[in-house]
Structures are given as structure tokens and as C-alpha cells.
Design a protein around this ligand. Structure first.
Ligand code: 6CS
Ligand code: FE
Length: 300
């Protein structure tokens, strides 16, 4: 059983009076060079350089069908819709996200233990891991709203208390991720610089930020600088494909006004050596269904 460490110094200041760039002070790939695992050395090098890596396919069409059916079961369940772990689209009132699916659903619980997923997470983070957060982002057609530019780590540091950049997300496409239906956009290389954002975290910020994020978003100037220097990569792919992305990538996704949903399952793995402490820039930690807290059991 792992318990939370004492509060550490804040290596990545954010949500103060001014915007501040801090060079990354953590490795991107934590395992020793060439450590055993499913990702080949060339893949680890690409992940280290770009901050993301696509695996296509990761799961089979038959497995996609199983996860899609489970996603549909969850989002059309009235009790689930009323649950605090479900986030509703502000305009269409469709379900936008469901959090903690690895605890709600046996089917998604199995996915976090799948060696094709778990072994890659352990290889990137170089340690035992646990799930900091899991969610399905439904992004139904006809008007689902996007996710404005942000670094996940900026939020997980400020509001959940993750001290270091030793956290990785996998996004698994459960529907076709087209270039038109609000797919993930990442600024390659942005993971190497931490952007401390302006503005204190409001109390209970998560009640709004999971619909429309304001605190922790970059200024137009900073975003223009990053995008001009690195470009923007649109991550498309068929259902069954997956993208691993570092916790500090600057990323976002647009609205989906097509008839084609962009439904993905996201799992956020954190190293057991990077357990959440007190939030670095928020009045209180977010609820556990958004950011797991010790004691937790490493996934074996
Ligand atoms: O606040 C969070 O943890 C969530 N928000 C976004 C926009 N991405 C990461 C995560 O789902
Ligand atoms: Fe995000």
C-alpha cells in the first residue's frame, strides 16, 4: 500500500500573477535506455522528442465493439447520467465525459490491466504505476464542444498535487478519429517546457473546468509562440488505434459538428513514485474520481 509523500518544493509554479515558462526538470522516458517493453527504442526516441506516440492498431475491431457497447451502456444509463462522475455538455445536454470508468466498469477495469496498455505505461514511467484518472470522452456529433488548449500536468500539478512530470495518458479511439470530428491536436515538443498560467484556481473549479476550462489555459501570445515554433499535429486514426501522450503536452481539440462521434477512452497512468501531495495551486484537492489519492494499489 502506498501513502502520499510529504509536500515537496514546487518545481513548476503556475496560476500566479504572471505567465511564466519553466524548462522541464524531469525525464520524458523514465526507464533506463532500452529497458524491456513493447515500445522499440525508435518509439521511445520519438516519444521523448515529440511527447506522443501512436500505436495503430492497439486493439482489434472485435475488442472495439466490446468497449463501444460498454461506453453506450454507461452513457445511456439514467443513473450514470445523474452520477457526479458524468459531465454533461453545456449546450446539447448530451453526456460529455464519464470519469473513473476503470472503477465503474469491469470491462474498462480489464483494459487498464491489458499488457498492451500496462506494459507500455510501465516502460515509459520506469516504475510500477496506478491509474490517476480514467474517462470516456464521448464527443457525440452535431455540436459537441471541444477542449481548449491546455497541459494536463498543469492541472494535475495545480489541483491534484502531482509533484513531477511522471505521468502518461493513453487515448484509445473507439470510433474513427477523422480530421473533421474534433480529434486531438498536440503541439509536438511542447512537453519540454512548462507554461505556468495566470489566475488563481477558483474554489470547486472542477465543477466548471471539466465542461469549459479557464484557469490553467495559455494566453494567445504564449500559444502563438509555441505553435509557431513547433507546429500543430492532428492525431487521426481508425477505431482501435491509440495515442500515448506525455502529461505536459500542450493539446486541445475542436468542436464536433459532424454526424460522426469521436468517442475515445483515456487512461492516465502515474508512477507510484509520483503520488499526489497537497495541491500546488488550489484551495483543496479535487475529488478522487478525478484524481486518485493514496493509499492506492499499484496495477500488476
Ligand atoms: O482536468 C482534467 O484532469 C481533465 N481535463 C482535461 C481538459 N484534460 C485532462 C483531464 O481530462
Ligand atoms: Fe487534456
Amino acid at each position: 500500500m502506498t501513502t502520499a509523500p510529504e509536500r515537496t518544493t514546487d518545481l513548476y509554479p503556475t496560476r500566479g500573477a504572471i505567465e511564466v515558462f519553466t524548462p522541464r526538470q524531469d525525464p520524458v522516458v523514465w526507464s533506463e535506455r532500452g529497458a524491456a517493453g513493447p515500445i522499440p527504442p525508435s518509439g521511445l526516441q520519438a516519444f521523448e522528442r515529440d511527447g506522443f506516440l501512436t500505436v495503430n492498431p492497439l486493439i482489434s475491431p472485435e475488442e472495439v465493439a466490446i468497449y463501444r457497447a460498454e461506453l453506450d451502456r454507461l452513457i445511456f444509463d439514467p443513473d450514470m447520467r445523474a452520477d457526479e462522475r458524468s459531465i454533461i455538455e453545456p449546450t446539447s445536454q448530451d453526456v460529455r465525459s464519464v470519469f473513473e470508468v476503470h472503477k465503474i466498469s469491469e470491462v474498462f477495469a480489464g483494459l487498464v490491466r491489458d499488457p498492451r496498455v500496462l506494459d507500455r505505461a510501465r516502460q515509459i514511467l520506469g516504475s510500477d504505476v496506478y491509474v490517476h484518472q480514467s474517462r470516456i470522452n464521448v464527443k457525440p456529433g452535431f455540436g459537441a464542444s471541444g477542449f481548449y488548449w491546455h497541459s494536463d500536468f498543469e492541472t494535475w500539478h495545480a489541483e491534484d498535487g502531482l509533484p513531477r512530470m511522471r505521468t502518461v495518458s493513453i487515448s484509445i479511439a473507439l470510433t474513427e478519429n477523422y480530421d473533421t470530428n474534433g480529434s486531438l491536436m498536440i503541439i509536438p515538443g511542447s512537453h519540454k517546457t512548462f507554461l505556468g498560467c495566470v489566475g488563481a484556481t477558483p474554489k470547486d473549479n472542477y465543477k466548471k473546468s471539466l465542461q469549459i476550462q479557464e484557469a490553467g489555459t495559455p494566453s494567445d501570445k504564449a500559444l502563438t509562440e509555441m505553435a509557431s515554433r513547433h507546429g500543430i499535429k492532428l492525431l487521426t486514426g481508425p477505431a482501435g488505434s491509440a495515442t500515448w501522450f506525455d502529461c505536459n503536452c500542450m493539446h486541445g481539440s475542436g468542436d464536433n459538428i459532424t454526424p460522426f462521434p469521436r468517442s475515445n477512452v483515456f487512461i492516465v497512468f502515474n508512477s507510484v513514485d509520483n503520488a499526489a501531495v497537497e495541491p500546488f495551486a488550489a484551495p483543496a484537492p479535487r475529488p478522487e474520481f478525478i484524481g486518485a489519492r493514496a493509499p492506492f494499489v499499484p496495477i500488476k
